[in-house]
Design a protein around this ligand. Sequence first.
Ligand SMILES: Nc1ncnc2c1ncn2[C@@H]1O[C@H](COP(=O)(O)OP(=O)(O)O)[C@@H](O)[C@H]1O
Ligand SMILES: [Mg+2]
Length: 607
Amino acid sequence: MFVDREKFGGEITSQERREEAQPDARVLGHVVHCDGARATIAAFADGDEGTLAGLWTVGRMISINLGVTRTVGLVYAIGRPDRVWDENGRNPIEVSVELVGEVRDGAAGAVPVFDRGITVYPHIGAIAHRIRTRDLQAVYDLAGRQSVTIGSLSQDESISACIAIEDTLARHFAVVGTTGVGKSTAVSLLLRKTIEAQPDLRVLILDPHNEFSAALPDHSVKVDTATLDLPFWLFRLEEFAEVLFRGREIEPDEIDVLRDIIPQAKNLYRNPHSGTFLRRGADSLTADTPVPYRMADLIKQLDERMGLLESKNDRPVYRSLKTRIESAIADPRYRFMFNSRLIEDTIHQTIGNIFRIPHGGRPITCFEMAGLPSEVVNSVCSVLARLAFDLALWSEGKLRLLVLCEEAHRYMPADARLGFAPTRHALSRIAKEGRKYGCYLGVVTQRPGELDPTILSQCSTVFAMRLANDQDQKIIRSAIADSSASTLSFLSSMGQREAIAFGEGVATTMRLKFEKIPTSLIPGSSKRQAAQTSGDGSDVDLAGIVERLRNVPRPQQAVGFAEVTDGQRQAGDPGYRRPVEPAAPIPEDLDVSFGLKPTTFGRSRSD
Ligand SMILES: Nc1ncnc2c1ncn2[C@@H]1O[C@H](COP(=O)(O)OP(=O)(O)O)[C@@H](O)[C@H]1O
Ligand SMILES: [Mg+2]
């Protein structure tokens, strides 16, 4: 086994040396009962020096000396059987421990080795004592896996809490806990450490409260709808429909029309002289194929059909679809979709910008969604999650991506009727298959009970912070496969920054305290500071708020969309332009143009 000498360099502490000299000092109690998984220890609450009481606390590891091995136990209950307190005499107590595994001394001088599972069960009368620091380190040793330190053990702050970063990432992770316990802060800490350890990783944060970019100032870029550039033709039909219908009930007739005319518009863009003739065959275009088309062509198709129609009955479908498309194009909130300039040249850069290729030292993208209409959030998240997966897939291992979902129960609710199906589909695809291709999922939620259980079950490492709700606690408890389930009875009482980490990323279920983060780097802290003002409201910028409500940065910029529909102008060439920063060059060995190959990217919905 790989042994980190540094880490165990502390050797034996002076207290342990003292205790070694007089072994009785370490004795805390004696085993009086043991079944396969648990043991009960009889002890006294008040030791000779009055110091023992603190050592018997729920959540602590203790050790039972069996000569060759030391059994490690976790205290999960403690009490006086008769529940009375004797002020004068000694107070006998019963301590219930769960057997976690055993520590064995290595060869002379070598560090102790921990194994889960018990080979020698404690006998009645076996001596229980405080666990040695070195034994505790052995319990959480990651056996040579690449590790990052994220805090310290709750039991012993001198021991750092380490996680195996590769396993945590590649097998997906979740952070759960009530609002305000420090999930977002923990995530920003995890991300900072992860980027340090794996500088080639890209991270996309779906950030519903716009709080991460200020928390990761040196590592992240932020994207909001003002800087987002996601052309409408990258959207699949159902994503486009979500935008058109604004999250309301979808009219199947209108979708059928769209499914029909979008491929024709694409065809027209490709071969301007082909008319509406559609080739059927291997390279035929579907409404989902991510190749460019012009809105003007789409509208022209609609107009033509309306003109062709003899029967008045069918016209309302076309007319209402046309109105829907036109009002979406005119809506300033959808500028990011319809604003792109000439399309084909910039799409590589668009993808490169969002997914940080190359990352230029800032591998994290915070997609800021506060204030966006939900249908935009739905469809954009779907497009981005889909792109993330395909990017990892088609880069053949050159790109590794982490998609981090804050408030994940919004995108992947347990109730299948809620949420937006394509987003759920794209994210669960990452959860189920992403690992093979280097696309990972990080899930953050305060309501694990409302999260799709299949997603949670794909998260092999879970950081459970304080959870008040019974239902939520139950779900986390059932997610823990090993015997440490009783550890989770502490879930409702854990302190700020504290978490129980379990799963692939840690050696043994670990109660830890995340590192303290400077106030300026706590997600959302800048906003909270800004909010501390005079109090009577005189400094509230109402004009600015109204401008935001209208979603029009400067009034003169919002004109010019009406012309789009007259067929003269290209839809991709709107009345105003906002400056687009020149994108950094893309490394030559990386093919991000995959998006334009219909054979690899634009498969039909059924795949
Ligand atoms: N690691 C930490 N270091 C310092 N303060 C923290 C830490 N974690 C949480 N806090 C405190 O707790 C507050 C809430 O944390 P936050 O991450 O926003 O919780 P959540 O995302 O779970 O709602 C923070 O504003 C901060 O004051
Ligand atoms: Mg939060």
